[in-house]
Design a protein around this ligand. Structure first.
Ligand SMILES: [Zn+2]
Length: 207
């Protein structure tokens, strides 16, 4: 399997420039082999990552390889849940944008109805007037709790789109490769921007 650490670092620089990974927020990962993945180390500035800022962990959370004795991201458990549930997921991006945080307020019963935009095609939804809900999870100080909630939800009701929102926290999107994961994240963030603007303009948000 290709080592995507440098490509992840480049993606992080781009996301940082867009204001999605300010401070040391957010984390990125890519599968390393069938049973492990590379993930950003905890507390590293996302505009200056190098391959040494990634650590390898297995799907049980065991640390396998660490440049300069780095610790894995505090949110590694969320990535583990996603890789376990979605075998096609090869890359996962988790970012904190203003719009994603605003849109959590528009969720009802743990779901956010995505606007029925043409853009949803890029998320694998090719329907007229699509009624697609994005799962929204409560934030917890203990990230393990968020991961447990996701695990239970994905088991019972897997999302139709490759992403999940954590309320007052940020968006996680995945895909079968770096490019697809990036496109998915961009499309979700586009939907969040649209919903935020629609509310601001009094359009009601969902249509
Ligand atoms: Zn986060």
């Amino acid at each position: 399997m290709k080592d995507l650490r440098s490509a992840l670092a480049a993606a992080a620089r781009d996301f940082y420039a867009r204001g999605w990974m300010l401070g040391t927020a957010g984390n990125l990962s890519a599968r390393r082999d069938a049973v492990s993945f590379w993930i950003t180390a905890s507390g590293r500035p996302k505009d200056a990552l190098t391959p040494e800022d990634f650590v390898a962990v297995d799907l049980d959370g065991q640390l396998l390889e660490s440049g300069q004795e780095r610790r894995p991201s505090a949110e590694t458990s969320i990535h583990r849940v996603i890789y376990r549930h979605f075998p096609s997921a090869q890359v996962i991006f988790h970012v904190h944008s203003v719009e994603a945080n605003l849109c959590g307020h528009f969720a009802r019963d743990g779901r956010l109805r995505l606007p029925p935009l043409e853009m949803l095609k890029g998320l694998g939804i090719a329907e007229v007037d699509p009624q697609i809900d994005l799962p929204v999870f409560r934030n917890h100080l203990q990230v393990e709790q968020i991961a447990e909630d996701m695990n239970a939800s994905f088991r019972q009701n897997p999302p139709r789109v490759p992403g999940a929102l954590i309320h007052l926290h940020g968006m996680t999107a995945w895909g079968p490769g770096l490019t697809e994961a990036r496109h998915h994240l961009e499309l979700f963030e586009f939907c969040f921007r649209y919903l935020s603007m629609a509310r601001l303009l009094g359009l009601g948000g969902e249509s």
